[in-house]
Design a protein around this ligand. Structure first.
Ligand SMILES: [Zn+2]
Length: 146
């Protein structure tokens, strides 16, 4: 039993599906000069391909725009992750001096080096102090608690 299906592109521009074993003429113009584009093993995947082939240009563009929007949203999430707690913690570690303390100045320089405008060093220090990660050691330096 030959269950192969084919996607046919007719000379009139219409795409349609057919059983490979019994190739039919184009349902739109009746021509049998269509070219086989692809073969499928199920009528379901063939149906999807036919629908995709016959998508009007405008809908195609809308679908592409939606995909592009989804990609830029994902990029934004990645950007956020980059500035997430782990990344900030790593930068804090990098800014720590040999004596185990950390200054706003050093952290600020390190954040800048990594290309961060946000959060500010003051904000990071304040947050870390609140979370009990850092404790103020002097007027301008902090020590690690963890
Ligand atoms: Zn046709």
């Amino acid at each position: 039993m030959d269950e192969a299906w084919i996607l046919v592109r007719c000379i009139c521009g219409n795409s349609f599906g057919s059983r490979k074993a019994s190739f039919s003429s184009c349902p739109r113009c009746g021509s049998s000069k269509g070219k086989t584009q692809r073969e499928f093993e199920s009528s379901e995947s063939l149906a999807e391909a036919v629908a995709a082939s016959n998508l009007p240009t405008q809908i195609k563009q809308e679908v592409e725009a939606r995909v592009a929007a989804e990609e830029s949203r994902r990029a934004a999430v990645e950007q956020k992750t980059r500035g997430g707690p782990e990344a900030i913690r790593r930068i804090m570690r990098q800014s720590t001096r040999d004596d185990g303390t950390l200054t706003i100045e050093a952290l600020s320089a390190e954040l800048e080096k990594e290309g961060y405008d946000e959060p500010s060093a003051e904000h990071v220090m304040g947050q870390a102090e609140m979370e009990g990660i850092l404790v103020r050691a002097s007027s301008d330096s902090w020590s690690w608690l963890q």
